[in-house]
Design a protein around this ligand. Sequence first.
Ligand SMILES: *Cc1c(COP(=O)(O)O)cnc(C)c1O
Length: 381
Amino acid sequence: MEMYKMMTPGPTMTAASVLQARSRNFVNPDVDTDFCEEYHTICRELADLLDTENEVYILGGEGILALEAACASLTEPGDRVLVIDNGVFGKGFADFVKLYGGEPVLYTTDYHRPVDIEGLGDYLAGDHHFKYATVVHCDTPSGVLNDIGAICPMLKEYGILTVTDAVASMFGEEIHVDDWGIDIICGGSQKALSAPPGLAFVSVSGDAMRAMRHRKTPVASFYCNLLLFQNYYEEKWFPYTMPVSDIYGFAEAVRLVREDTDRIRRHHRIAGAVRRAVKAAGLSLYLDGGDAATVTVINVPDGIKDTDIIRVMKEQYHILIAGSFDVLAGKVIRLGHMGNNANTDDVAQMMAALTKTLDQLGFHCQCDMGEIFLKEVSVVF
Ligand SMILES: *Cc1c(COP(=O)(O)O)cnc(C)c1O
């Protein structure tokens, strides 16, 4: 199979050692208690990376499962839930809240910038009767990065539990779960962790666990019920057979992230250089500020189709980039520089190919973005 560079904002390219770990012979995860030890070790390593003492659980399903499981486990019929909406994933939480009988209350702000902290503070001063709130760290369709280090503590002051989707930011941006009072944080295997898609994980605070234990009604799901994991380690029991090969690959990806102590600085350095190259070329960024270090979102120039850019990039330059979806479909293209993709060589090749692709399609860049990227990325701040 001819392969391309997968420079999408997840899934990303995967290290050979991760793929090899997935092909290892496997044990029976239901019967062999060594597996439970291994799972527990990976969970503690994740907790360490997320700067938390909270329990971490790896779930057998895609990133979305973490979001739905958080809502399923916390929501009881009639609960008011604050849904902070300045992006597609932000708004999407309302659907999960509704599915489990809750009443989502949307706090909607401009999709072109992060949630304004003062504005949210004023809103909460007027209305704060919410069981929990949802917020997205990096809302990937636009690439906006919300300041969860300010938002979550503010919510906690009102006694509101916090659910944070950090699937697309985790390991490319700083996260301090305990300091920031994040009750449930959601992550996935295929973003900056750079394992293949297939696994989700959450950390769950004592407050969130208590809220689940004190429910008046049972959780209206089995697969999405986080409470079922609470005694897994003591009882050496999982609610379902764990996808053991996926977890072997995941464990290797976690090991690589732990070794890579420069990763957050590198993500920021590369993201900054990409943006300076994009602007130098005469292209414009979708956001007015607050770009995450894991993805860059560029407005499609007038007269060109996103699908043509993606097609030429793939067919002629063997580099896969992404369009976007929902309200952003057709309007932007997205360059992923998260996890394994956050390296100078691959990003430089992507930028050079994008320059040529746009040129072929009739948009003449004011510079070679590959060259400008390389110049910018070597600048020491
Ligand atoms: C990728 C992603 C998810 C998970 O979505 P999947 O479709 O399961 O990959 C959730 N939230 C955000 C912000 C994401 O970028």
